[in-house]
Every structure is written in C-alpha cells, then in structure tokens.
Design a binder for this molecule. Structure first.
Ligand code: S3P
Length: 197
C-alpha cells in the first residue's frame, strides 16, 4: 500500500479536493472513503443543499426550476473559499458553469472521475433522486448527455481517474498519487493525456 504522508498540521493537502464527474461516477462514495481513510472533512453538495432548503433535489427542480438549483451550487462553491483540506463531492452539473470552475480552482484541485455509460447505468438504475435521469435510464441517453458534457469536464480537471473495474482503495490511492505528482510539478495524466507529451 502507498505511504501517505500528512503535513505537520495534519492536513493531507493544503487545498480542497473537488470531485467532479457524471452522475453515478462515484463521487459520493469516493468522498466517504477519503473522509474515513484520511480523516478529511467531507462536503456532499447535493446533501447540504437538500438540508438547507429542507427539500429534495427533485423537489427543488420541480418547484423552483433548474437555474435556481444551479445558483445554489454556485453559492456553495463560493462558500468553500473559507475552507481547506475538505473533500467536496460536487453535483454532476457543477463544471457546466465557468464561474463554478473558477471558484473551485481558487483554493482547490479538481479531480474528474469517469466511468463507461454502462457502468453509470448499473450504478443509477435503482435510484430516483436524479431528476435529469428519471425516465431516461438507458445507455443511449446517458452516453449522449455525457458526450455533451465531456469537453467541460475535461477542461475543468486537474486530474483524471477512470473508475471502471477499480475498487475504492485503488481509486483513492490513485487520486492521492496524482495530486502529489501535481504538487511536484509533474504531469499526473502523462500516460493518458496528449497535453502532457
Ligand atoms: C446533476 C447531478 C446530481 C444533482 C442533480 C443534477 C447533474 O448530482 O446535482 O440531480 O446535472 O448532473 P450527482 O452527480 O451527485 O448525482
């Protein structure tokens, strides 16, 4: 297992880690694991928004509309400026707004989790808390929406992690390893990314 060194003040990284990616890419599970394994504070954006609004994401969409929800996301990211060493599990639509990406980059690194459409389908099949996927639980729809979002996801990411066929430990260790490379000024996605060559 990889040796993970914390800083003297107990922090793993002197910034926040923002997990982005399509619905069902594993952001929430990864953030739970990072909290448990590395003692990081964890913020689940959807959960916090639901708690504050006292209603589910589906109800927020239905009653106030998507734009209202998107503004709540932006407000929450601005709030993250006062924090550090927090792992933030972002809603899948967060990187679609340029201002959100700018907020995340101010005091954090952005980690993109990816998975094949079929994997996503298996993971979201039985849930009913994602208004954008309700009544669209098929590979065709997921692939299409994923493709529409791909450029923005890629552009926002400092680090990319494929999650298919990997367990949580592998995924989390890969995240730490790649972020450490980034700190050393190395290119973390050297094997996958043409930009690094
Ligand atoms: C959304 C993703 C959801 C939630 C909302 C919209 C999206 O979060 O924020 O339903 O636009 O991709 P998860 O990615 O955590 O499922």
């Amino acid at each position: 297992m990889q040796q993970i060194k914390k800083r003297q003040n107990g922090e793993l990284f002197p910034y926040n880690i923002f997990l982005i990616g399509f619905m069902g890419s594993g952001k929430s599970t990864v953030s739970q694991w990072m909290k448990k394994r590395y003692g990081m504070e964890r913020i689940e954006m959807d959960q916090l928004i639901e708690k504050r609004q006292k209603m589910s994401i589906s109800e927020i969409f239905r009653i106030y509309g998507e734009e209202y929800f998107r503004s709540l996301e932006t407000d929450l990211l601005v709030e993250m400026q006062t924090k550090r060493n927090v792992v933030v599990s972002c809603g899948g639509g967060v990187p679609m707004r340029e201002c959100n990406v700018q907020e995340m980059k101010k005091n954090g690194k952005v980690v993109l989790l990816t998975a094949a459409p079929q994997t996503i389908l298996e993971r979201v099949r039985n849930s009913h808390d994602r208004p954008l996927l309700e009544n669209h639980k098929d590979v065709g729809y997921i692939s299409e929406l994923m493709e529409k979002r791909r450029i923005k996801y890629e552009a926002a990411a400092d680090v990319r992690i494929e999650t298919d066929q990997k367990d949580m430990q592998e995924i989390c260790e890969e995240i730490i390893e790649k972020l450490q490379k980034l700190e050393k000024g190395e290119c973390p996605d050297a094997e996958e990314s043409a930009a690094c060559r």
